[in-house]
Design a protein around this ligand. Structure first.
Ligand code: WTA
Length: 708
């Protein structure tokens, strides 16, 4: 062990020097999210030129832990069974949970082919269970009630608290009882709009306990976005908080929530009850506006409620939650996930991908407003029985060493974050990392967007000191859990590749016509058969579910991503091939930003594209055509950006507004986004075929106006 460690350390020293020496050279091309063959190929070359030197080939190079799976051969055998015998493979894992009634022997069935009728997926047919019971009660009953469940770390480093599994269960039961007292029950929707305090996952678990369907809305969304989500699912209750501190900024969450409820009423849905958690350090009670008869303080609501609440046993396919997410067109879709399959799958991926054991201290920096905070904060790790950090703040406050300080404070073993955070911390320099020991770290996870090899290397070599595998996990809101991800210490890694599929996942690459591609290839990433946590429908619109995900390539679930498969069968995600952009790991539909811009009375037309951004992965580049007679100005630019902030949220604000007298359109009126992407990135010499443009002069005009 010792000798090997010494060798590794020497290896890493070399790798780091190489990296520093390389810093003066032009930066290597990063694998960017805009699908572009040349760039992706360049990234791969850079990677392959280095990986032999830097990335361990053999698992035993990480001496600190033994994976559950011993080697690639064992993985291959398990994988094969998971695909050929899903009933048996997943059934065995499901035995680890409590089921009030067991599922049938042949419990799966699905139709993944739109040509054969409606898309339909079933897992654990006949089974009755409850995910809250399995995440909390089970551990308490096994005698682990005193184990820390949440280690809450506030925005200020001095602000923290601990809740044990038993304490979390008690609070969940109190809230469950209160929700029941309001008449909320099985199948009712509850909207949750909160910062990262323990009460957020507690509220989610309370809903799950009574069979209600939670719909968490990320705290960075605007009142309008919140209203749309409340009205769409007809929430019976909204759970929110008095305010929140983010870095130095105080955010009046309750004010936004009030406005959201008002706007939802205008859309035809009244929310009868709003539960408000006081966040003293942001906005104390006395400074909070309360609407009589509608608002109730969380503390008052749960006071006097029993810490015992009957469990609502639900069918395995009973909906657990809705989560709205952006697509190419139209309003965000309410993705529906169901109890049994989601429970078994998030548990299994958490266990194997993070090599997680009961009691491990794990930290995922994602907000519960996104799918990562659902699957790998609220559910997966609790199902495993881990202790986790719940972080209210941001990775750069009060300083760029916050993450490593927190890692040392709690002795975090598995750390899971987004490439955006990694790139921004990398930019602050290695010293902030090295000030802290990080000895507890075992696994480093990445999620949300492609991680460029340069950031991967820094994460691996500097943050992990070369002794922690990086798990680059590719998945989506729709997939519920990891789809393509390395099993740490089981096979060789390649920086920038999510590597191989998880159990039960059958990824394929198809060409434009939907033909499957074999071997080394690049194409559209599809999934060929159902996995347990596949989304079951789009809330209230099964038609849209089928059209969006199953109609583009009949016979397959279409992810919306492009990917390349190399000679070793490793997958390299190249990014979205549709009109979705990924800004700091946040999914944004270009159509949503365009409609927010066009809503401004002076804007005649808008077209939005993504462009490569060094920290955020992608930035938002908006072309705006003004109304006849309106002149461009700095004020107007600011107003347009503000309009997007108030319609969607600050995270969707355009980085660039490009004044456009006209947009490049085909004769049939379709905007050629390919051309707009090239102009945005100053690559107009690579426009390709523009012969179908109605007015080719528009291109030159746009190039001249760039930066004006
Ligand atoms: C992108 C987040 C490359 C991808 C879990 C996907 C990734 C979208 C990765 C889903 C990764 C996520 N490598 N790209 N490891 N993880 N993506 O729904 O484009 O917020 O389609 O789910 O993020 O974003 P979502």
């Amino acid at each position: 062990g010792e000798a090997r460690r010494a060798v590794r350390a020497a290896d890493c020293g070399r790798a780091r020097r190489a990296r520093v020496a390389g810093a003066a050279r032009p930066r290597p091309a990063v694998a960017r999210s805009v699908p572009d063959k040349t760039v992706a190929a360049a990234a791969v070359e850079v990677v392959e030129g280095h990986h032999v030197d830097v990335v361990p080939h053999v698992p035993s190079n990480y001496p600190h832990f033994t994976p559950f799976i011993e080697n690639v051969e064992q993985y291959r055998a398990m994988y094969k069974r998971s695909i050929e015998d899903p009933d048996g493979f997943w059934g065995e894992i499901a035995e680890e949970f409590h089921w009030e009634r067991k599922w049938e022997e042949k419990h799966t069935s699905w139709n993944f082919d739109v040509r054969k009728g409606p898309i339909h997926i079933e897992w654990f047919k006949g089974g009755l269970t409850n995910i809250c019971y399995n995440a909390l009660d089970r551990h308490v009953q096994e005698g682990n009630g005193d184990r820390p469940c949440f280690l809450w770390e506030g925005n200020e480093p001095s602000d923290d608290s601990v809740m044990s599994y038993k304490q979390v269960l008690d609070e969940v039961c109190r809230m469950a009882n209160y929700l029941r007292s309001l008449g909320v029950g099985k199948g009712d929707a509850v909207s949750i709009y909160m910062p990262m305090v323990c009460e957020l996952p507690i509220a989610m678990l309370a809903c799950a306990r009574i069979g209600a369907v939670h719909s968490v809305v990320f705290g960075g969304f605007s009142a309008e976005a919140l209203a749309g989500r409340i009205a769409d699912c007809k929430a019976k209750v909204l759970i929110t908080s008095s305010g929140v501190m983010r870095g130095n900024k105080k955010i009046d969450l309750k004010g936004i929530a009030d406005r959201g409820v008002e706007l939802a009423a205008k859309e035809g849905h009244e929310v009868p009850t709003v539960i408000v958690r006081e966040i003293k350090h942001a906005v104390p009670r006395k400074d909070t506006k309360v609407v009589e008869g509608r608002d109730v303080w969380w503390e008052d609501a749960v006071a006097g409620q029993s810490t015992e609440a009957e469990v609502e046993w639900v069918e395995a396919d009973h909906p657990l939650f809705l989560l709205y997410t952006s697509g190419s067109t139209g309003n965000p879709k309410g993705v529906v996930h169901c109890t049994g399959g989601y429970m078994v799958y998030t548990y299994t991926t958490t266990k194997y991908v993070f090599n997680m054991q009961e009691g491990d201290v794990y930290w995922c920096t994602a907000d519960c407003g996104w799918i990562t905070g659902h699957s790998y904060l609220t559910y997966g790790p609790l199902l495993v029985g881990a202790t986790q950090v719940v972080f209210e703040g941001v990775p750069t406050y009060p300083g760029p060493d916050r993450c490593w300080q927190v890692v040392d404070k709690y002795k975090v073993k598995q750390f899971y974050t987004a490439p955006t955070a990694i790139r921004s911390l990398m930019r602050s320099g290695d010293l902030y990392v090295k000030e802290h020991g990080r000895d507890s770290l075992r696994i480093l996870g990445s999620v949300g967007e492609p991680i460029n090899p340069e950031a991967w290397r820094w994460y691996h070599d500097v943050v992990g000191d070369g002794r922690c595998p990086v798990v680059d996990t590719w998945w989506q809101t729709e997939t519920g859990g990891h789809m393509i991800a390395p099993l740490p210490n089981v096979w060789r890694q390649k920086p920038g590749s999510a590597t191989l599929p998880f159990f039960g996942v059958l990824p394929v690459l198809v060409d434009e016509k939907g033909n499957e591609l074999e071997g080394e290839a690049e194409g559209m990433l599809c999934i060929k058969q159902a996995w347990p946590s596949c989304l079951r429908t789009v809330y209230g619109d099964h038609e849209r579910y089928q059209t969006n995900y199953f109609a583009p390539f009949p016979g397959y679930y279409f992810s919306g991503d492009g990917a390349r498969r190399d000679a070793d069968g490793y997958f390299w995600i190249t990014g979205r091939v549709d009109d979705v952009i990924n800004v700091s790991g946040h999914r944004i539909g270009t159509a949503e930003v365009e409609s927010a811009l066009v809503a401004h009375p002076k804007c005649a037309e808008a077209a939005v594209v993504g462009y490569e951004h060094p920290i955020k992965g992608q930035g938002i580049y908006a072309y705006v055509t003004l109304m006849e007679g309106v002149h461009q100005s700095e004020d107007l630019r600011r107003e347009l950006v503000a309009s997007v902030r108030s319609t969607i949220g600050a995270f969707a604000a355009p980085d660039v507004i490009h004044w456009a007298p006209g947009l490049p359109k085909t004769r049939s009126g379709k905007i050629m986004r390919r051309v707009l992407r090239k102009i945005a990135t100053k690559q107009e010499d690579e426009l390709g075929d523009t012969s179908t443009l109605a007015d080719p002069a528009v291109v030159q005009q746009l190039v001249e106006l760039r930066g004006k």
